[in-house]
Design a protein around this ligand. Structure first.
Ligand code: OAD
Length: 228
């Protein structure tokens, strides 16, 4: 089976009702990145940060995978599909995708502020984290999210996956956040690259097949191109 590698961003989940970051009315219009997505913001006001991610989890629990997520999961019948997502939701998994690498962490997990290595699963019944919620060793729990200014521990693994791709697909990312946006550069020469996004994306390599549509419609078009 050919290896199909997919890089997804917030636009993948937009049709599920989850806000993107940089579109008009996106999350970064309402919140300052520095307040809720940096180690400095966490040190200044952990309550605000915990509240922000509690709200994101609430939104996720009210959402379900869209037709784009489902189509990607179904492609496993025809391809060896590996998804690298910048999204912290679990909608790819809910849709049935088997190989999902989360570059920027996962909303439904928290980790200890002690060593940072102990990770705990949240549940739909207990999805909020509060000041004073601690790991068994007594350290405050924080969101399991890669904030701006922090290392991206899964990046090396993501590079290896991209290097293996026979076909590379990008869906719903503004390609403004690094190192994620650089992954496209690790594909082998002459690998076909498709990009699904309803808006224009800047600074792309020239050899890309652009499908200027939303995730669901775009995936339906891509399936027709890939499976003849
Ligand atoms: P952005 O909000 O920067 O970009 C979202 C992209 O989705 C844009 O290119 C939109 O045009 C596109 N889009 C909107 N609606 C769509 C739809 N229905 N179907 C397909 N695409 C659609 O989000 P990301 O590129 O994912 O990191 O942002 C990257 C990172 O920046 C995030 O992981 C997050 C953020 O700050 C952290 O929080 C650490």
């Amino acid at each position: 089976m050919k290896k199909l590698v997919v890089l997804t961003g917030a636009g993948m989940s937009a049709e599920s009702g989850i806000s993107t970051f940089r579109d008009s009315s996106g999350l970064w219009e309402k919140y300052q990145i520095d307040d809720v997505a940096t180690p400095a913001g966490w040190r200044r006001n952990p309550l605000m940060v915990l509240d922000f991610y509690n709200q994101r989890r609430k939104q996720l629990l009210d959402s379900k995978p869209n037709a784009g997520h489902m189509a990607l999961a179904q492609l496993e019948n025809n391809f060896d599909v590996k998804i690298i997502t910048q999204n912290v939701d679990n909608l790819h998994e809910q849709a049935g995708s088997s190989h999902v690498l989360h570059l920027h962490g996962e909303l439904m997990k928290v980790r200890s502020t002690g060593t940072g290595e102990e990770i705990f699963n949240l549940t739909p019944e207990k999805f909020e984290t509060h000041l004073g919620d601690k790991c068994p060793k007594g350290f405050q729990l924080r969101p399991h999210i890669v904030w701006f200014g922090e290392a991206v521990p899964e990046f090396e693994n993501a590079i290896k996956i991209c290097e293996q791709a026979d076909i590379f697909v990008v869906i719903g990312t503004s390609m403004q956040v690094y190192p994620a946006a650089s992954l496209i550069n690790y594909t082998k020469p002459n690998v076909p690259i498709y990009l699904i996004d309803p808006n224009d994306i800047q600074n792309l390599p020239s050899n890309i097949n652009i499908i200027k549509k939303g995730a669901s419609e775009g995936m339906s078009e891509l399936k027709k191109l890939l499976i003849r």
